[in-house]
Structures are given as structure tokens and as C-alpha cells.
Write a protein that binds this ligand. Structure first.
Ligand SMILES: Cc1ncc(COP(=O)(O)O)c(C=O)c1O
Length: 351
């Protein structure tokens, strides 16, 4: 996260994982729509109602939180006691592992690497669980590879969890970027699923920090009480803006889809042209995670920054040193030049 915050910025930024920022000016907000203080308490009701509708659940299943980040924190704190075991996908989003460890979990991993096409294999999950496993942790779409976990696989993992009285936490923050094609959130597969998400990645609305957890009403209530330890109340102006954004989600989605539709062919053409990379090309989402077949990603990253003003995320931040992650949610002109420069740097490395 420190790398993402302090060192990933570049003129040609392929390091960002979400859709570029949605401007406030493009939402129909008047100053009189906003207020500083209001009834947030255990969630601002109009916001809970909209998030419940978006996800096909009742508002008592929704817990609002600052981004998917705090949503994950609450979900883990409410489902695991210190010393209990979590089984996490590998490679993974590092903050999931560090939050689990911070909250005292013992972390084990199961493999969903490139050799498996970044797919989740329920048999591999079954091999890695132990009677102590209380939580299985997945991202869908996968960060860093963008790979979709299909419902049948999620169901199979759910069954494995249910048999040992464990739960499955699915971070769906990138699933939102499937828009109308987004499958139902995994919470609909049973009470042993817990889902987290936010308006951050697919919609370019990170600044309102509108995150949420979907869980059974009892578990959701436990999370609300845990939230009292961290934030007590939400930022009311942010909740008001989130409600307006959700009421106008069509226009936010239209812009995101336009950006991704412009950038995906650029990514495809780039990957098509490279025999020095191995990459699973996901159909959806905002990121991919190529493997550099020869040479060091650290050297590539340095060359890109120093000579080509271009940013990528080295795979070591996901535990895979030979890979790097690039995103396609940025401005199309910038993204186009970014991939040209990435190609030039790769060519230069080969000399
Ligand atoms: C899988 C995953 N979950 C959560 C987050 C954080 O999301 P938010 O900005 O909504 O807190 C990220 C950000 O990179 C992420 O990749």
C-alpha cells in the first residue's frame, strides 16, 4: 500500500487498478443537497437502502464502511478469533493477508497462480484446509490477474467451507467492473458467504470511501458494533454524495465502460505483440498480471520509471517476483502511450 500511495505515480500510469476518478462536476449535486452532520449512527438509511437494492438483499444485511479496506477489516474481525486459521488465495492482494495477520489469524495459502490460469481449484482448496480453518479468502475478480471465479466454483468452495463450519470471504470490489454482466454477489449462495465491495474501483469514486459488507443480519450487527471501535460514524457528506452517485450510477457506468472499451483493445494488441510475456487475458475487469519470461521485473520497473515515465506494479507486492500488474482504467490517450512505452522498455531489455 505504501508503494501504491507514494511510489506508483507516473506520467504514464499503468499502475492504477481502478477506473480513473469520476469528477464531482459530472454528478447532479447542488450545495444545498449536502450537509455536514446527519443520522449516520449504524449506517445512513438511504445509503443502506440503495446498497441493499444494488445487491438484492435487505438493508439489515448491509454494513457500510470506509472503502472495501475497512469492510474487509470488519468482515475478518467479526468472523475470526485471534489464533484461528484463514486460508487465502495466492497470489493475493497483500492488504488482505496483512489485515488477517494484524487481527491475529494464522494464514495459510492455496495456489491459484499462472500455471492454473489463475483459476480457483476447489480440490486445491480442499487439500489445503485443516479442521482449524475458519475463513477462506478470495478476490473476485482476482487481484492481481482479473480472473473471474464462476458461480459453480464458488459454490464448490462454499460447500468445502460449510462442511468444516468455516466461512468464505469474497472481496468483490473488481466484480463491480462487470457492470450489467456482474453475477449476483456471493452472499446469495448461502449464509456462510461474506462479501465486501465498494464504489472505488469500477466507478472511479474512491474519494467517497463508500464500502460495504454483505452478511447475515446477525453477523452484520456484530460488524456494526466492531465499527464503533474504529470510526463510530461515517463522514455524512460522503454518504450524501454516495447516495447521489448511486442514484446516477447509469451515467457513472457509461463513462467507465467507454474508458474500458477504448483501452481493452490497446491491451490486447500489446499482449498479442509480445512473446516475452506470458499472460492470462481476462474478459473483464481493469487489471492483468503478465509474467516476464526473461529478465528482472525490478530492472524493468526501474527502466520504465527513469527513462519512460511509466508506472507498473511489480509482482513482488503480490508475492510473484516474475510478474507485474498493469491496469486499463486510465485516460485512453495516456494508456495508449503507456503501453507503447512499456513495449519500448521491454524491447530495450532484450538488447
Ligand atoms: C482486492 C482489493 N480489495 C480492496 C481494495 C481497497 O479498496 P477500497 O479503496 O475500496 O478500500 C483494493 C485496492 O487496491 C483491492 O485491490
Amino acid at each position: 500500500m505504501q508503494y501504491a500511495k507514494l511510489r506508483s505515480e507516473a506520467k504514464y500510469n499503468l499502475a492504477a487498478s481502478g477506473v480513473m476518478s469520476y469528477p464531482l462536476a459530472e454528478l447532479p449535486i447542488k450545495l444545498e443537497d449536502l450537509e455536514i452532520n446527519g443520522p449516520t449512527l449504524y449506517g445512513y438509511e438511504p445509503l443502506l437502502e440503495r446498497l441493499a437494492k444494488l445487491n438484492g438483499v435487505t438493508p439489515d444485511c448491509v454494513v457500510t464502511a470506509q472503502g472495501t479496506s475497512l469492510a474487509n477489516h470488519l468482515a475478518i474481525a467479526a468472523t475470526l478469533e485471534p489464533g484461528e486459521e484463514a486460508l487465502v488465495e495466492w497470489p493475493t492482494y497483500e492488504l488482505l493477508t496483512s489485515t488477517l495477520q494484524y487481527l491475529g489469524a494464522r494464514v495459510r495459502f492455496f495456489d491459484r497462480g499462472l500455471e492454473r490460469g489463475f483459476r480457483v481449484d476447489p480440490e486445491e482448496v480442499e487439500r489445503k484446509i485443516t479442521p482449524q480453518t475458519r475463513l477462506i479468502v478470495l478476490t473476485n475478480l482476482h487481484n492481481p490477474s482479473g480472473t473471474l471465479i464462476h458461480d459453480a466454483t464458488l459454490n464448490a468452495v462454499g460447500e468445502i467451507a460449510r462442511k468444516i463450519n468455516a466461512r468464505v470471504l469474497v472481496d468483490e470490489v473488481y466484480l463491480e467492473s462487470m457492470f450489467e454482466q456482474r453475477p449476483h454477489p456471493a452472499i446469495h449462495m448461502g449464509d456462510h458467504f461474506v462479501v465486501t465491495s465498494s464504489l472505488t474501483k469500477a466507478f472511479g469514486l474512491s474519494g467517497v470511501r463508500c464500502g460495504w459488507v454483505l452478511a447475515t443480519p446477525e453477523l452484520a450487527q456484530r460488524m456494526r458494533h466492531i465499527h464503533d471501535l474504529y470510526g463510530v460514524n461515517a463522514a455524512f457528506p460522503a454518504d450524501l454524495i454516495s447516495v447521489i452517485a448511486l442514484d446516477n450510477l447509469d451515467r457513472v457506468i457509461a463513462r467507465a465502460k467507454k474508458l474500458l472499451a477504448a483501452n481493452r483493445p490497446v491491451l490486447d494488441a500489446f499482449l498479442q505483440s509480445r512473446d516475452d510475456l506470458a499472460c492470462v487475458r481476462p474478459e473483464y475487469g481493469t487489471v492483468v498480471f503478465p509474467k516476464l519470461l526473461k529478465g528482472s521485473v525490478e530492472a524493468l520497473d526501474r527502466l520504465l520509471r527513469e527513462k519512460y515515465e511509466t508506472g507498473i506494479v511489480p509482482g513482488k507486492y503480490f508475492g510473484e517476483e516474475r510478474h507485474f500488474r498493469v491496469g486499463i482504467g486510465g485516460d485512453p490517450d495516456m494508456t495508449h502511450v503507456g503501453f507503447e512505452r512499456l513495449g519500448a522498455a521491454l524491447d530495450e531489455m532484450r538488447k
